[in-house]
Design a protein around this ligand. Structure first.
Ligand code: ADP
Length: 488
């Protein structure tokens, strides 16, 4: 049994802005069922403290870190037996809204201080210096918010092994040299092969340079980030660290996302009996104000409305698709321009295009069940979860062939009849997206072909069980490497 401290800045159902929250919930739980002792540590955001209060959490330690008073609370991730530690530091984490941004969509001005303190506390826990009776063998960090943890551990000889997972290389936690000084990080770290990145402090580099092993969330993305095009300026470093880097495909929570039992749906169905999917379609049309007499294909998009996700490509092809007789449902939020463009289009197509701005877990489930085609034209996609949710719900994805999308969606043009589960295109441009959707619509018009695509998608294994095994292998390697350094 390995004791693992899993350091994350979001975890479902406590707080979620994206896929990191889903992974942070499912992976530790899957590892715990394999007899590992994985405990999660999360900043004490208001949502997290509310969970602590509701669950009667225990106050386990009182620390003074960088002149901040910090309380460590111990609770359980709701609905699971997984231990959840909360780093309660009111001036830094007790504020409403997104964990990373204010109501105007700007990053909190003190994000560097917030996640530096979070990393310092996590490092103390990792070294057994937080007054707890639990010390991990390994620390598993995730994304830039935990990038300084391996840095703080690096000077200590008797330290746990470290694994760092890249969920999205584009978010790097970059700050000025002034911030670097204000954080009182040692001058020796200001070097191009340590934390300095083009004259800025990079939290992400901390994770990439100082961790024993690196993973990312799909084999495809692991290859892509070692190349200039998707390497975000870090491809050189990643090529250097290539022997330590592994791509492991994310899984999904197959209990939470199950069309046979999903409590957020009014009707349930399975691969063998797809009939009720039609009722979910009707429920969705009614809920979002689409014409319920329409029998043709319904397209959908759920996600952050940012350039990465290619929402602009979808908006570019939508007028023609709506003209040709499709319905479409969009749920998301992000850049104001994209949000406004989507709303404008919806205004011109009442009953045919529905746009909901915001984050709505229930609606996300109902869309996934109620639509026919899920459109995911991401310019890059480390793994992507929505294409897997869609396939599980008998909804056929149309995706840009990149990163984790290329690893999970197989097009009939290249895959066998038993393997094909969606449609892919290779250039993130409107004509290519349009051509892929056209091919999907042709298939939709042929019920036999469509059922086969749906059933292939629904038969896929998206569970965490297999993936968790791959992580245990990584942990084993990291512990062995650590052991051999200790023996030197
Ligand atoms: P990313 O982490 O890059 O945003 P992923 O596909 O890995 O993308 O994960 C996104 C997760 O967030 C999925 O679970 C998706 O369903 C969910 N999601 C994204 N936007 C919304 C939204 N507006 N409402 C509800 N869920 C959303």
């Amino acid at each position: 049994m390995t004791r693992v401290l899993f350091v994350t800045s979001e975890v479902h159902p406590v707080i979620k802005t994206g896929g990191l929250a889903d992974v942070s919930a499912s992976l530790p739980e899957a590892l715990c069922t394999m007899d590992h002792d994985v405990q999660i540590v999360l900043p004490g955001y208001p949502e997290a403290m509310a969970v602590a209060v509701a669950s009667g959490a225990c106050r386990r330690a009182q620390l003074n870190v960088e002149s901040y008073d910090v309380t460590l609370w111990q609770t359980r991730l709701p609905g699971t037996a997984v231990v959840l530690w909360l780093v309660d530091c009111q001036p830094l984490f007790n504020r409403p809204g997104s964990p990373y941004q204010n109501a105007e969509g700007q990053d909190w001005a003190d994000n560097a201080q917030r996640y530096c303190l979070f990393a310092r506390v996590s490092a103390r826990m990792a070294l057994g210096q937080a007054g707890l009776d639990w010390v991990p063998d390994l620390v598993h960090c995730n994304d830039w918010q935990s990038g300084l943890v391996p840095v703080f551990l690096s000077n200590t000889r008797q330290r746990p092994a470290t694994v760092f997972t890249i969920h999205n290389l584009a978010y790097q936690g970059l700050f000025s040299h002034g911030v670097f000084r204000a954080l009182e990080l040692p001058d020796a770290l200001w070097r191009f092969d340590r934390l300095e990145f083009h004259d800025q402090l990079s939290f992400l580099k901390g994770g990439l340079v100082f961790s024993d092993l690196l993973t990312t969330v799909s084999p495809g993305y692991a290859r892509e980030i070692c190349q200039p095009e998707l390497g975000c300026g870090l491809d050189g470093l990643l090529r250097y660290r290539h022997p330590a880097l592994t791509g492991i495909l994310n899984g999904i929570d197959t209990r939470h996302w199950d069309p046979q039992t999903d409590p957020l749906l009014d009707h349930h169905y399975s691969a063998r009996s797809l009939g009720n999917k039609r009722l979910c379609r009707r429920d969705l049309q009614r809920q979002v104000g689409l014409d319920t007499n329409f029998e043709g294909p319904i397209l959908g998009f759920i996600g952050r409305m940012v350039e990465q996700k290619g929402i602009d490509l979808l908006l570019a092809v939508l007028p023609e698709l709506l003209h040709s007789g499709c319905q479409c449902v969009i749920l998301g939020s992000g850049m104001r321009d994209y949000e406004q463009a989507a709303l404008d289009l919806a205004e011109h197509h009442p009953g045919q295009l529905s746009v909901t701005l915001g984050f709505d877990e229930t609606l996300a489930h109902r869309i996934t069940a109620g639509i026919d085609l899920f459109i995911m034209p991401s310019r890059f996609e480390p793994c992507g979860l929505n294409q897997m949710y869609s396939m599980r719900y008998g909804t056929v994805p149309v995706v840009h062939r990149v990163g984790g999308l290329a690893d999970t969606v197989f097009d009939p043009q290249t895959a066998s009849a038993d393997q094909a589960n969606g449609f892919t295109f290779s250039k993130p441009e409107p004509p290519a997206l349009c051509a892929a959707i056209d091919r999907a619509l042709d298939a939709f018009r042929d019920p036999k072909t469509w059922r086969k695509l749906q059933r292939n998608g629904m038969a896929g294994d998206y569970s965490w069980q297999t993936r968790a095994w791959e992580y245990t292998n990584i942990y084993r390697q990291a512990l062995a490497a650590r052991q051999s350094t200790d023996d030197d």
